[in-house]
Design a binder for this molecule. Sequence first.
Ligand SMILES: [Zn+2]
Length: 354
Amino acid sequence: MKITSLPDLARKLPSRERKLFKRIFQVEEVRGKLRVPEALKPWVEEKFGSVSLVEKQRVVKVTNKVTLEAAFFNQLRSRRPVEASGKALESLLEAGECLFCRPETFTAEDVFGRIRGKHGVTAANIAKYDCWHGLVVFTRHNPLGYRREEVLDCLSLAFKWFRQVRKADGKAVFPFLLWNCLWRSGASIVHGHLQIAVSRKVYPKIEYLRRCAARYQAKYRSNYFQDLFKVYRELGLTFKRGSVRVMASLTPVKEKEVILLADKADTRLFEAVYRVFKVYRRLGVSSFNLSLVPPPMASVRGWQGFPVIARMVDRGNLEERTSDMGGMELYAASIIASDPFQLAEELKKTFKAS
Ligand SMILES: [Zn+2]
C-alpha cells in the first residue's frame, strides 16, 4: 500500500509544495498491536494470510486541516470476512417491468412538465426532500451497462432541468445532482436514475466547504482548491484533462473516492465522470454515489473562486450484507481499505487510453 509511504513522499516534495502540504494536511502513523489466541490462528491465516500481519498493523491517518475531512487507512480491513446475501444479482439487473421502465406512465411529473432527452426523461420525485427535487430516469434499466452517450445525455438533461427550475422559481439558485447507483448507495430502485434538486439556500455541507475555502483564502491570500490541486499533483495523485482536474482523494469519505474539479459543468466534465464510471466498473465497483455541485445559478456573494465539484465513491459489494458505513464514519472519521495511489494509477490508465 503506497499510502503508507505518504509521510516520506511529503518530506521529499519541493519546498513550496511541502509547505502547502503541511498547511493543508496532517499525517499520523500508528501501529495497532494485538495477540491472536492459538485457537484463532488457523482462521486468521486463512482470512488474512498471516498472523504477524494482524498482530502488528499499520494505520495511516490523514486529516485535511482546512476542511477537517479525515480518513484512516488500513489495508488489512479489505480482507475482513463479510457475510454475503444469497440474492441472485443478475435477475435484479435484468430489464424487466419496473416502474421506471415506463416513466411516462409510472412516475410523477413536475409542474412544468417533463424534459426529454435521447436516453432519459425527467420526473418529479414522489417523496421530495426539497421543494425542487426531481429525477432523470435513464431509458435503460440496468445502470451497470450504461454507455458514454447515455451518461452524457442524462447529465446534460439534469442541467436543462436546473435551468427550467430557475425559470419557474427565481429564488431557487443552488443546484445539486446525485447519482445513487444500486442499493448499497442508498438507491431504493434498481433502474438507473439521477436525483436532481435546486434549493433556495445552499445545502449545509456545501456551505461548510465554501466557508473553509473562504477562511483559507483570507488567511493565506491563496485559492484553497488551486493549492490543494498543486499538492495532489506533486504527489502524483492527480492529472488534468482539459480544464477538468481529477484527484484520488487523500481523505476519502469512503473507499476509492475520486474528486473532479472543473471551471464549468459542461460536456468535458460529464465525459470525465463517465471515465471514472468506466474505471469503477473495471475495478469491480457496482454500487457508488456521485455528487455534483455546480456554483449557484445567480451571482451570490462569497462564491467567487469556487469550482464545480464532482465526487464519486465506491459503496461496496452488492452481495455483502455488512454496511460500509459504521459509527466511525458517522461520528469520527472514515476508515479506508483502498489505496489512493493505486486508484490514481488506474485513473491515469483509463484516461490516457481514451
Ligand atoms: Zn426498469
